[in-house]
Write a protein that binds this ligand. Structure first.
Ligand SMILES: Cc1ncc(COP(=O)(O)O)c(C=O)c1O
Length: 468
């Protein structure tokens, strides 16, 4: 059956005009911003059309914009928040540190790094940790380490996997509608193709394709980098079979297995997702949640691999730190946050799982009432608890398995414009901010918030239906 993608151009235009009236202060700032900032800002994801809400405050589940709207937020710090915006435990720790002449101090070693690394090792099974300032840097260093450790070049990554803007991460992120291409394109200009040719794209949750790759190129492969729960690729859990295959093949061929846990780390329990699958990767990267709202990321893993960054190996891999790496204010936030998650895990994680299930049911039902097929991702795991982070997609067929970015990012299979653009703009008019159709829950979200989301989705569903 040939599917004719729905055309939402007219509705998108209407929503943009209404939003310009709804948020005039943000609109005015958008015009001003475009005169001095490329596209009006410094992060493309925050600058979606027609213009973003400009924020003045954020607390718990809510954000407030320049126009005075109180907006229910499911983007939650690029999915870094687990306790809502500005959690009291972190803001009070930072306030006292700043008042005690401790916050803006960098350039020295301190106890915070030790204590935070101790928690990370305890909760993830890693031998050693080195901190950095962003997830992109962490994955870049992990790949450098893998290549240096194995003496090999090839880097295998998943189509649709986002590991941040770093040389080996910028291929196969964006989906090309050309059927021959899919996730094979290089996503940035400026990289030598000798480097991008070394990055091999494989399909998420497809163990056969992984077998095939290792059979042919296993002896040249430095590493396989994969998310146990893929984030930007559609918020989809890896299957246990897939990750077990990855572990087995990397072992057999002497390649390094890197779990990118920037999204999944501390999202499902107070530790790495890998351990829930019973798999210890060789290296894991963390970011987002571990920073407690501050720029903290880490590479954690085997001592014999991480020793390549140290004195003993002559600093073979230049992961030696930067001016703001392991900044005390950041590490204070990190330590406070992950200690809190560890101490309150038995209340936090079951609550988030239950709210995740309720959210998915509520949202899918709101669209079903109007005869629109909507499906939430994030829940079909044979291992992970029900997720507190979900995407929302609108498949053209009921029997579609949402198990890979190749499905959820393919506009021939799902209505990506409805999921990514229409919904976001329409819900902003209801003072609700979503991402990838839905987004992340935190302990600050309540069942009343989910009810409100459901009612707003129903309103949007009616409008979408009327526009078709
Ligand atoms: C899985 C994953 N890895 C790495 C990154 C990059 O992290 P950062 O934005 O901190 O550079 C991201 C960011 O979204 C991510 O989702």
């Amino acid at each position: 059956m040939t599917i004719v993608p729905r055309d939402h151009t007219h509705l998108l235009g209407e929503l943009s005009r209404e939003y310009a009236q709804h948020a005039p202060a943000s609109a005015a700032l958008a015009s001003r911003a475009k005169k001095v900032l490329v596209d009006g800002g410094s992060h493309a994801l925050r600058l979606r059309e027609p213009f973003p809400p400009r924020l003045v405050a954020a607390q718990g589940a809510w954000i407030r914009d320049e126009d005075g709207h109180e907006i229910l937020d499911f983007w939650q710090g690029h999915f870094a928040n687990l306790l809502g915006h500005n959690p009291a435990c972190v803001s009070s720790a930072l306030t006292s540190a700043f008042q005690g002449n401790y916050g803006l101090l960098t350039g020295f070693a301190d106890r915070l790094q030790v204590e935070t690394a101790e928690i990370l090792c305890r909760q993830t099974g890693a031998d050693r940790v080195r901190f950095t300032t962003s997830g992109a840097l962490a994955t870049m260093y992990a790949v450098l380490l893998a290549r240096a450790f194995t003496g090999r070049h090839r880097v295998v990554k998943v189509g649709g996997g986002w590991h941040g803007a770093q040389p080996w991460g910028l291929k196969g992120v964006g989906f090309s509608t050309d059927e021959e291409v899919g996730f094979q394109e290089v996503d940035t200009a400026g990289l030598p193709h000798t480097l991008t040719d070394e990055v091999i794209i494989t399909r998420f949750n497809d163990p056969n394709m992984l077998h095939d790759h290792f059979r042919r190129f296993g002896d040249r492969t430095a590493c396989f980098i994969v998310e146990p729960f893929i984030g930007a690729g559609g918020l989809i859990p890896a299957t246990s079979e897939y990750l077990q295959t990855a572990r087995e093949l990397t072992h057999r061929y002497g390649a390094v297995l890197i779990f990118d846990e920037v999204i999944s780390g501390f999202r499902f329990h107070a530790g790495d997702a890998g351990s829930l699958f019973g798999i210890q990767p060789d290296l894991a990267t963390f970011g987002k949640i571990i920073g407690g709202g501050m720029p903290v990321a880490a590479v954690a893993g085997r001592a014999d691999i991480l020793r390549l960054v140290g004195q003993e190996s002559g600093f073979k891999v230049k992961f030696s730190g930067g001016t703001y790496s392991a900044h005390p204010a950041s590490l204070l936030a990190a330590k406070t946050y992950i200690s809190y998650l560890e101490a309150h895990a038995s209340e936090i994680y079951p609550y988030l799982s239950e709210l995740g299930q309720r959210t998915r049911q509520t949202v899918e039902a709101a669209f079903a009432e109007e005869g629109l097929l909507a499906r939430c991702s994030g829940c079909d795991s044979d291992v992970l608890p029900p997720s507190s982070i979900s995407g929302l997609v609108f498949p053209y067929r009921d029997d579609l398995r949402l198990d890979s970015p190749d499905v959820v990012r393919n506009p021939a299979l799902v209505d990506t414009v409805l999921g990514e653009e229409v919904l976001r703009r329409a819900l902003l008019l209801e003072d609700i901010h979503v991402f990838h159709g839905l987004g992340a829950l935190t302990t600050a979200h309540t069942t009343e918030d989910i009810e409100r989301l459901g009612n707003a989705c129903h309103k949007v569903a009616k409008r979408v239906k009327a526009s078709l």
